[in-house]
Design a protein around this ligand. Structure first.
Ligand SMILES: [Zn+2]
Length: 136
């Protein structure tokens, strides 16, 4: 039997959207992300598919690496200015650090670690969320 299993995590981060010129999101700012990691949970005839602790043993380290980091595009001038500071914690992306790209980063990272990720639901604020992937 297949079900969907959701593990809820959160982390704090800073970022900016360099392409949103003149918008408040161009400035460096922070969020507390609430992330739903939705997994395909195949019980394969047993009572339990993926134990929650097993899923979290993979998800939690990823969230901890992101927590209190500056999630930044590798070409961002802010990164180039700050990267020499030892006390800074960076998560460097090859793309802009938009909520959409952070969501895709989480999906790809957790999938590459072997989790059967169905979807990532990423809430940058309580009223805005990104779902990835989608088949539209
Ligand atoms: Zn933001």
């Amino acid at each position: 039997m297949k079900t969907l299993l959701t593990r809820k995590h959160r982390f704090h981060y800073a970022h900016r959207n360099t392409k949103m010129i003149g918008d408040k999101c161009e400035a460096l700012h922070g969020h507390t992300a609430h992330v739903d990691v939705v997994l395909v949970n195949d019980t394969k005839g047993k009572a339990v598919g993926i134990p929650f602790e097993q899923a979290d043993s993979i998800i939690t380290p990823v969230m901890k690496r992101l927590c209190h980091s500056l999630i930044v595009w590798e070409e961002d001038e802010v990164y180039k200015l700050l990267k020499h500071l030892d006390y800074m914690k960076f998560t460097i992306l090859p793309v802009e650090s938009s909520a959409e790209n952070i969501t895709a980063y989480l999906y790809n990272t957790l999938t590459n670690l072997g989790l059967p990720v169905h979807k990532i639901i990423f809430r940058e604020t309580p009223s805005s969320e990104i779902h990835y992937p989608v088949n539209l």
